[in-house]
Design a protein around this ligand. Structure first.
Ligand code: 9MR
Ligand code: ZN
Length: 534
């Protein structure tokens, strides 16, 4: 018998459910073992294919009094602590947002900000142009993408998308408490952090407006601290994917930075327009790794969704007719209008269009997004309702980075809640967060340092090499992967394991336990709603 619940906490007025296996009865007690007077409502949920478990739901929503509690079954087995507090996600949210500081490339992480997780400045040497290696130049700043030290434009832009829409929609969630060198400079901390990435991205644009796809070494570095990685870095060729994502992110950033730093905002918008002019002159140019490059490819075969996002944001920034006329031709070419991942980005165009002031976009553009978001949200509601662990992925959707899919589903549900004021969407979004934070069949919190049983061994080079036992707090794991592709996970996870349990908390397992900037940022966007708007 086991009881699984959100180890970080529940908001007092929210629905509160745990999941139980192997038993159909339990009690809800206070921390000191006293009765709470609330009988959990227990219902049988049957067999759950994604986890291979037969589950019972334990609903204790009636308990609204802030405090610490636990559930206990008839044999006296206790659940992890149940925390009910209005600010239960605050500390985690701060750590989720501070993660980007720890991913910074090209600067030293110093004790006042990094605590014990300091390191010297990394990757400051000249980089080379892949097509003309004799050309060398400095291209610093930006965030390490993930557990490797590469910097890639498309996932970088997507990360900025999650963070900047989170800031725009839920500014109250960002308490300006990130505590890094730029803090207190009159610009919200989260925007200073994003600027660190934007500055690097501006350097990835070539004079004709095209944007290079990535800046990495030819191989991933060995498991050393970033300052000890001496592999040469190459700026790889331009792709239309990177150029369009860049145009979108910089045009969005223009809007967000304008009240704080007009000159910087104008620079961003000029760069966005230059990228757009490159796009109008070039057909799709997807990226393919040259044969001698073995870092992440971020391959994607269609750039219509990237162009759509760019167009939406450029129209919001400039209101120029050429952007508006391009939208209806791009829309039908995008398959998933709600996608918020690194490959399919049309959902970001959705955020841009749906949350613009009324009348900015014509109904012919708003309507397809609105129906796509509501339709998808209804589907997610239904899957969540059936799921043994009350989450929104179907068994075949546990791919590499499944936690991105879970949290972007939460973001779609939040968008639907904002559009309709229908509480059931917000409730379902919260269920996805509970899954991430421990209400899953492994009873693990997929955020380091938060919850009673957080994962501890991310595939992250500094975490391995720093000689410190615990990981940096606030990192989101990629999560279960029904088809793990790294050797270690394949050896540890028996054939036939249900997808929701295909996970290995070992540092070698990049396909189930890496960290990545966009897995954190999508979680920031989802969690911001529960902190900043209710
Ligand atoms: O997150 C990416 C995942 O969706 C892909 O399946 C996987 C294989 O292509 O790549 C992941 O991205 C990795 C990138 O290629 C290199 N940096 C680490 C990223 C996270 O694992
Ligand atoms: Zn670096």
């Amino acid at each position: 018998m086991a009881i699984f619940l959100d180890q970080v906490g529940y908001l007092p007025d929210s629905k509160k459910q745990a999941v139980m296996t192997g038993s159909n009865s339990c009690r809800l007690l206070s921390e000191s073992g006293e009765s709470t007077g609330v009988d959990p409502i227990i219902s049988y949920n049957g067999y759950d294919e994604a986890s291979g478990d037969t589950t019972w739901r334990v609903d204790f929503s009636k308990l609204t009094l802030p405090g610490t509690y636990y559930l206990e079954d008839v044999e006296g087995n206790r659940s992890p602590a149940v925390h009910i507090r209005p600010d239960c996600y605050r500390d985690m949210f701060r750590d989720l947002s501070r993660m980007f500081y720890f991913q910074r490339c090209g600067c030293a992480l110093e004790a006042p900000y990094a605590g014990k997780f300091t390191h010297k400045a990394c990757h400051c040497a000249e980089v080379r142009d892949y097509l003309a290696p004799e050309r060398r130049f400095f291209l610093n700043k930006g965030w390490h993408d993930a557990g490797d030290y590469g910097r890639y434009v498309t996932p970088g832009a997507v990360t900025l998308g999650h963070l900047l829409y989170a800031y725009e929609l839920f500014p109250a969630a960002f308490a300006d408490d990130l505590q890094f060198p730029e803090s207190g400079g009159g610009i919200p901390d989260i925007l200073s952090e994003c600027r660190y990435e934007l500055d690097w991205m501006l350097g990835m644009q070539l004079p004709d407006g095209g944007v290079a796809h990535k800046l990495t070494s030819q191989y991933h570095a060995p498991f050393v601290m970033p300052e000890d990685d001496s592999l040469p870095f190459f700026r790889y060729p331009v792709s239309s994917l990177a150029t369009a994502d860049f145009a979108a992110a910089t045009a969005l950033a223009y809007r967000i930075y304008l009240p704080f730093d007009k000159a910087y905002a104008e620079r961003l918008l000029d760069a966005a327009e230059l990228a757009w002019s490159w796009l109008t002159a070039h057909p799709a140019l997807v990226f393919e790794d040259p044969k001698d490059c073995h870092t992440g490819g971020y391959g994607d075969t269609c750039d219509a969704d990237e162009r759509l996002w760019a167009c939406a944001e450029l129209y919001r920034a400039r209101k120029a007719p050429q952007y508006l006329t391009a939208l209806p031709t791009l829309l039908p070419r995008c398959k998933e209008l709600t996608a918020l991942g690194w490959g399919d980005v049309a959902g970001f165009a959705g955020f841009s269009v749906l949350f613009a002031d009324a009348g900015v976009f014509p109904e012919t553009v708003v309507e397809p997004f609105r129906s796509a978001f509501l339709e998808k949200a209804d589907e997610l509601l239904a899957v969540t309702e059936r799921s043994g662990y009350r989450m929104s992925l179907k068994p075949d959707e546990f791919v590499w980075g499944s936690n991105l899919s879970v949290m972007s589903n939460a973001c779609v549900l939040i968008a639907a809640a904002l559009l309709t004021n229908d509480r059931s969407y917000a409730d379902a979004a919260e269920e996805q967060l509970h899954y991430l934070l421990g209400r899953n069949p492994l009873g693990v919190s997929y955020v380091t340092g938060h919850g009673s049983n957080p994962f501890r061994n991310p595939h992250n080079r500094p975490t391995f090499a720093d000689g410190i036992d615990e990981p940096i707090p606030g990192y989101v794991s990629g999560g279960p992967n029904g088809r793990p592709s790294d050797e270690k996970a394949c050896a540890l996870i028996p054939e036939g394991t249900p997808p929701m349990k295909c996970y290995a908390d070992v540092y070698e397992s990049y396909s189930t336990n890496e960290i990545a900037i966009y897995w954190n940022s999508v979680t920031v966007l989802a969690a911001a709603y529960f902190i900043g708007s209710r």
